[in-house]
Ligand binder design. Structure first.
Ligand code: NAP
Length: 277
């Protein structure tokens, strides 16, 4: 799997697996574990989860999926803004580690900004890092001014990524956030990379899909995989979807293909507030 280098010097895979909506229904449990394991078998070793998903349920699914193979996984979790105080983040981190049945996270993210001062959150994250419980930390749903503020604080320069909504239909970050991050070699982790199925049979992607013998969703994912400094984390419980997402990595879009996509899905022409879900 191709990787990007984080500002910390560690590497992160460019294609991983999301887990939102996992761990919510007992009837889906085995299918979810199987899907994540298939993804690992295919090299999609980054798994993104959060204490929020299924209120801890998704982290427990991940624990079962990675049992016995922790070292091959790049494990990401996120904490609620309500748990972002100095003590709160340390305790939330311990709870996530316990649900995930591991003793470290590769990456730990503030899920979105709340009312706790960022300086306090960063101090808690530094403490977790010093204790070896997390290797790196970052943020999620931060717009450019949030990143600027964080960068000015102690520990803020160790933020290694910002996980935000980004896909062909949601290109707002290209106006300023993405260039800001690229300038600092901070990769963006694109969530909802396939816009929660919105590209399925999308007529604007039909010709390119036919040309590359791919699905429209694969073309949308491939577009992200062609962007510099971007990590994508599609979520799939269906095994065919897992296979298709992995296969999107093999699609080579030409310069003309990319220009065609720019015409169909226009980049922003002004600052847009950060989209979230
Ligand atoms: P997504 O990955 O864009 O879409 C997931 C949906 O697409 C599922 O319904 C899945 O169905 C379907 N799907 C997957 N692969 C497909 C394929 N090849 N063809 C057709 N359909 C396919 O949406 P997401 O779950 O919102 O985002 C991905 C991950 O990003 C999340 O799981 C989570 O880890 C993270 N996230 C983070 C935030 C944040 O605030 N930081 C917010 C949202 C998401 P099946 O499951 O049935 O296969």
């Amino acid at each position: 799997m191709k990787t990007l280098q984080l500002p910390s010097g560690r590497n992160i895979p460019i294609l991983g697996q999301g887990t939102w909506r996992m761990g919510e229904k007992a009837s889906q449990k085995q299918a979810e574990i199987d899907a994540l394991q298939l993804g690992l078998d295919l090299g999609m070793s980054l798994i993104d989860t959060a204490e929020m998903y299924g209120e801890g349920g998704a982290e427990k699914i991940v624990a079962e999926a990675i049992s016995g193979r922790r070292e091959e996984v790049y494990l990401v979790s996120k904490f609620y803004p309500d748990n972002a105080s100095y003590q709160g983040v340390i305790q939330a981190g311990d709870r996530s580690l316990s649900r995930l049945k591991t003793d470290y996270l590769d990456l730990y993210l503030l899920h979105w900004r709340g009312s706790v001062p960022l300086s306090e959150t960063l101090a808690g994250l530094q403490q977790l890092k010093q204790a070896g419980k997390i290797l790196d930390y970052g943020v999620s749903n931060f717009d450019t001014e949030d990143m600027e503020e964080a960068e000015s604080l102690s520990g803020g320069q160790e933020i290694v990524t910002n996980q935000v909504l980004y896909n062909l239909l949601r290109r707002g970050i290209e106006w300023d956030l993405l260039p800001w991050c690229r300038q600092r070699q901070i990769p963006i982790m694109a969530y909802s990379p396939i816009e929660q199925r919105a590209f399925v049979n999308n007529p604007q992607l039909g010709d390119l899909a036919a040309k590359h013998k791919a699905t429209s969703t694969q073309i949308a994912l491939s577009w992200l995989l062609h962007q510099q400094g971007i990590i994508s984390i599609p979520k799939a419980t269906n095994r065919d979807h897992v296979q298709e997402n992995r296969a999107a990595l093999e699609i080579k879009l030409t310069r003309e293909d990319l220009q065609e996509l720019d015409r169909a899905f226009k980049p922003p022409s002004r600052k847009m507030s950060l989209a979230m879900r």
